[in-house]
Design a protein around this ligand. Structure first.
Ligand code: MTE
Ligand code: MO
Length: 429
């Protein structure tokens, strides 16, 4: 839409608003200007949000049946900006979030090093610190897209809410490794968590030396227990499952651990039955948050809004289609566009009240984009449950209701239920 047309639309909209206000009587209502009675809330040592906002909550997946090994989704369509508030950051744990006393906390680095070391939390905070914004996304994000026929009740939360974005503060892992002195021949790091799951992964030393953070801060305060208090790994752009929380040790070694957490889970079953392991990088992703599933809109002007990100680097552009991919319009990205972090995109739009399907797709600086649902399933068969980044479609019905616009896949039933998974609700295991 060109600029002039856009402002004409806005102008028409505000004129309409004025006429409406007139029809309903004066907009200067007494309640608006009467002084509030009594005193307000006294000073608080730790603030709480307005009670009127209390329905903005994480969505806890019933799919894994327990609140200790499951996932809760961030309510993406109810948030503004790009930072996910700490109380709404998605969660995924395998055995609940332990409460760790920072007094007794130690991070041990051992194995193929000159000097095995144990750091207290205070030690870690004495190192030069770095604060960077990065997304974390569970490899199981998007899993609800596997459902066939598609779930009519899908929301943006349940479609892509196993991802969140925060400003992380910590020490570059490279500094700690230098302090310990990595021996020649070492190639792998085996980080381990202190939760009852003894959660363990294998991380290439090269990535560990590049940009991994040993993080203790999240959006300006200490990590939340759910995010790994007091210390977690932040592994920029890579799947959430490798970002070990409640980090207690890192073994430096020459071989990967092939731990349960990277063999029984977080491997990708391909169409031909073979399995890909160690698929760490998160492909480009985008989700329209407005309009999105279960919202209701009126004909007239709307700012289409959404979030995009990619594990390959910066998001270069986001496009929106109103005709299921035949043509695309470029959305504006709200800067600064940081690499490996959420980006907000926006597009002015006038809805004429006719049924329409909206798509969005992100392109990153390496030229990757998102497949359609059909393309995704052609590539993977219906076996894989991870790294689903197919375009999410939203259908606007003539009455303004927004529903899942994904089309049923021909001749397909529900994918077979297998053990594992990451909070997807398709799973019934
Ligand atoms: N120690 C430990 N670390 C863990 C996990 C866990 O269960 N235990 N879950 C992993 C998975 S699968 C994901 S997606 C991310 C989720 O991070 P979040 O809960 O902070 O969103 O943590 C990862 N780190
Ligand atoms: Mo995950």
């Amino acid at each position: 839409m060109d600029r002039r047309k856009f402002f004409r639309l806005i102008g028409a909209g505000s004129l309409l608003g004025l006429l409406k206000a007139k029809a309903q009587g004066s907009p200067w209502r007494e309640e608006t200007f009467a002084p509030l009675r009594g005193l307000g809330t006294p000073l608080q040592e730790y603030g709480t949000r307005s009670p009127f906002e209390e329905e903005v909550i994480r969505y806890i997946s019933p799919g894994l049946r327990t609140r200790h090994s499951g996932a809760s989704f961030a309510p993406l369509e109810k948030l503004d900006g790009v930072l996910t508030p700490n109380g709404l950051f998605f969660e995924r744990h395998h055995a609940g979030a332990p409460q760790v006393d920072p007094e007794h906390y130690r991070l041990v680095i051992h194995g193929m090093v000159e000097r095995p070391l144990a750091f207290t939390l205070e030690d870690l905070k004495r190192f030069p610190s770095v604060t960077r914004t990065y997304f974390i996304e569970c490899a199981g994000n998007g899993q609800n897209g596997y459902r066939n026929p598609p779930d009519p009740e899908l929301t943006a939360t349940r479609s892509r809410g196993l991802a969140s974005n925060a400003s992380w503060t910590g020490v570059p892992l490279a500094l700690l490794l230098k302090e310990a002195g990595v021996k020649p021949g070492a190639r792998w790091l085996i980080p381990e968590g202190m939760d009852p799951a003894a959660y363990t992964r294998s991380l290439p030393l090269e990535k560990g030396m590049e940009d991994v953070l040993v993080a203790y801060g999240q959006n300006g305060e200490a990590l939340r227990p759910e995010q790994g208090y007091p210390v977690r790994l932040v592994v920029p752009g890579w799947e959430g499952s490798i970002q070990v929380k409640w980090l207690r040790r890192i073994l430096v070694t020459d071989l990967p651990a092939m731990a349960k957490d990277e063999t029984s889970e977080y491997t990708d079953l391909m169409a031909d039955g073979r399995v890909l392991a160690f698929t760490w990088i998160m492909e480009p992703q985008s989700i329209l948050t407005y309009p999105s599933g279960l919202q209701r809109i009126q004909p007239g002007f709307h700012e289409i809004r959404g979030l995009a990100w990619s594990g390959f680097g910066r998001v270069r552009r986001v496009e929106v289609s109103f005709d299921e991919g035949r043509s695309w319009r470029r959305a504006a990205l709200e800067g600064p566009v940081e690499p490996l972090a959420f980006v907000r995109f926006k597009l002015p739009w006038y809805w004429d009240g006719r049924e329409v399907v909206l798509w969005s797709r992100a392109w990153d600086e390496k030229g990757h984009t998102q497949p359609t649902r059909e393309e995704f399933f052609r590539r993977w068969g219906r076996n894989n449950r991870y790294h689903y980044n197919a375009i999410q479609a939203w259908r606007i019905l003539p009455d303004g209701r927004v529903v899942n616009g994904d089309r049923p896949l021909e001749g397909a039933s529900l994918p077979p239920a297998t053990a594992g998974g990451c909070g997807g609700e398709v799973l019934d295991v």
